[in-house]
Unconditional design. Structure first.
Length: 136
């Protein structure tokens, strides 16, 4: 059974091992701000979700990652559902994320009700899709 919980300071070392997209100091701040959720499977670390507030007011999913050995078990979806409920509980109407157009992740998000609302070309990268979901 998958357990989703808000990350705590004690999780920093484990998360920093995997989340190399931001500095350890930035990750620590995200944890302190309550913007990181962990997934545990049978008591073991299985993945995480990290977000921030775009323009200081719109939840933007920055990172969703499930460890390879836990993929295909619904953990990514469980993290997303948990996050969306948390955001709806804080009275946010919409949430955003992005993914490269060349990656299959877009289909995961489409299956969860996200829609493409724009995109851009980061320097020396492929086209990045901006996805939005209106929460109920």
């Amino acid at each position: 059974m998958t357990r989703i919980r808000r990350a705590q300071s004690a999780d920093l070392d484990s998360l920093a091992t995997w989340d190399r997209h931001i500095t350890r100091k930035q990750l620590q701040k995200a944890i302190e701000d309550g913007c990181v959720f962990l997934a545990e499977q049978e008591g073991g670390f299985a993945g995480w979700l990290r977000y921030n507030l775009f323009w200081g007011s719109l939840p933007f999913l920055n990172m969703l990652y499930v460890l390879e050995e836990y993929r295909g078990q619904g953990i990514g979806k469980a993290l997303m559902v948990f996050w969306e409920k948390e955001m709806a509980g804080q009275n946010f109407r919409d949430v955003l994320t992005s993914t490269a157009a060349c990656e299959d992740a877009q289909h995961f998000y489409y299956g969860l009700g996200y829609e493409t609302v724009g995109g851009f070309f980061p320097p020396e990268e492929s086209y990045e899709l901006i996805l939005r979901k209106t929460l109920k």
